[in-house]
Structures are given as C-alpha cells and as structure tokens.
Design a protein around this ligand. Structure first.
Ligand code: PLP
Length: 280
C-alpha cells in the first residue's frame, strides 16, 4: 500500500520558495483511513489470529479510532466492543452512528469511571472476556510498527528526503512510529491537536519502549490546538473551506485542519528557510 505523494502549489509557497508535499494517506480507504489503517493493520492480524476474534477498545465520542476499529471488525469479521467516554447522547453523532452501523457494541462510560482504565478494564474483563484490547487511540506496539512503515515508503518515493516532516498528534502513537523509523537528517515536527505539552514525554516514552532509544531530530509545536481537542474557530473553518477550494483536499477540523493551518502559518511567518522541502 504505497499512498501517493502530491505536491501543493500556491502563490504563498512560491513567494516563500518552500515546497510542500502531502502524503495522501487519506486515500487508503474511505472507512479505515490514514494513520488509523496503518495503526490497525497489525492489530487486525493479531485479532484474526485469535480463536475468539473479539476486540475491545476505548475512545471519545468523536474518535476516528473508534469508527476505524468498528469498520475493521465488520470487514475482517471480528466482534468489536467500544467503551465510549461520557453519557449516551439522545442521538448518536456521525462517528458513533458509523461505528454502530458497522456492528460495534457501544457502551457509554461515565467520565469518572473512564479515567481509571485499569479498573474499567478489569470490570469489562469479568463481563465480556475473552477479547483483544486495543488501547485508547490504538497506540500499542503493533500500531507503532504500522506507522513506522511511512518512513521506508518515503525513502522510496522522495529523493532527496524532505527536510521537514509534519504531522498531527492525538495520542502520539503515529508520531512515535515515524520517529522510531526516522533516519538521516529529516526533522519531524509534531503538532498536537490537544492543549498542553504532555505529549512530548508520551512520545519519547513510546519510542524508547519500542526501540530502546530516545527519538532525535524532532520538535513538538504546541500552539495550534485552537483551544483544545475538537475545539475550533471560524478562522480554522474558513481555512479548511479555502483549502478544499484551492487544493481539492478535504481536511478535518480535529487534526488535519489544524495541522495544515499551522504549517501554512509557519510558512507565512518565514519559519522555514527558502528552499525548504516540507512533507505533511
Ligand atoms: C487519529 C488521528 C491522529 C492522531 O493520531 P495519534 O497516533 O493518536 O497521535 C492524527 N491525525 C489524524 C488525521 C487522525 O485521524
């Protein structure tokens, strides 16, 4: 699965003499797309190798991970159980509706209980075992292994490699996988979709536990969260709409919208020197 790389064109890029490419991981599949496919593929293999073929996972009400696991369960014929943070809404939002349509068993967990994953899991172990546990956001070792595959793909597709690789982060698993596989002089810029700088440590630990080495050549850029996870502003929505018009690429307001906004804002501010090659 070699996803295409597309170069963007705009007057801003021209003026700043910065070249920007997009790795179109969004084109992998309409339901299990982008990093969710990369993070799930080895998990799917592991689940299908079990006798019980049951998977349990966690997520918020807007979690693409939940929708992707549900779709994977439907397609690869395993049972999926989703523990969703918060009260059951009167009407399911599109993400949860999609998960339900794909046959996921949805259980709503009050926020207090949801916080203590160990207790929650042992409760569900008694109630619904056996099952394969996929952590919140899916960021286990198998997920890092899948995400890491982006780097050898880029090695084949781009010569020279981009100097800067930019990606969004929620749980940090995708970033950690990339960083574990990174070699050469490319630098990775990670843009959290959540407020705060806690992801720096999380990503370091994920890479260290996966690879036994600290990640290098990377930076966490924390000022493009737009108020926090799933928060957005009219300015962000306007950017997403204009980007669709200009580039024909659909961004989401949770991750990719903030990421592309950030990269273009940094280009406008002249942060990347002329001649820079940036991959998003
Ligand atoms: C889920 C998602 C992320 C977050 O990935 P993590 O591995 O949890 O950091 C980033 N970007 C997009 C488009 C996503 O759907």
């Amino acid at each position: 699965m070699l996803t295409p790389i597309q170069e963007l064109e705009s007057s801003l890029l021209h003026e700043q003499a910065v070249r920007v490419w997009v790795k179109r991981d969004d084109l992998t599949d309409p339901l299990i797309s982008g990093n969710k496919w990369r993070k799930l593929r080895y998990n799917i293999e592991a689940i299908c190798a079990t006798e019980h073929r049951r998977a349990l996972t966690f997520g918020g009400a807007f979690s693409n991970h939940i929708a992707a696991v549900a779709a994977a369960g439907h397609r690869y014929r395993f049972t999926t159980i989703g523990l969703i943070r918060g009260d059951r809404p009167k009407q399911l939002n599109p993400t949860l509706q999609l998960a339900a349509d794909q046959g996921m068993e949805l259980h709503f967990i009050d926020r207090q209980q949801y916080r203590n994953k160990e207790a929650l899991l042992s409760h569900w172990q008694e109630r619904a075992a056996p099952f394969f546990v996929i952590p919140e956001g899916g960021s286990n070792t198998l997920a890092l292994r899948g995400a890491a595959e982006v780097i050898p793909e880029l090695n084949r597709q781009m010569n020279p490699m981009p100097e800067i690789i930019c990606l969004s982060a929620g749980t940090g698993g995708t970033a950690a996988g990339l960083l574990a596989a990174l070699e050469g002089s490319s630098r990775v810029e990670v843009f959290p979709a959540l407020k705060g700088d806690f992801l720096g440590e999380v990503i370091e630990q994920l890479v260290e536990s996966y690879k036994g080495l600290k990640p290098r050549n990377w930076e966490l850029i924390t000022d493009y969260h737009f108020g926090g996870y799933a928060k957005f502003s009219p300015e962000l929505i306007q950017f997403i709409n204009a980007f669709k018009q200009a580039q024909g690429i659909e961004l989401d307001p949770i991750y990719t919208g903030k990421l592309f906004f950030a990269v273009f804002d940094r280009i406008r501010k002249g942060i990347y020197p002329p001649g820079s090659r940036v991959l998003i």
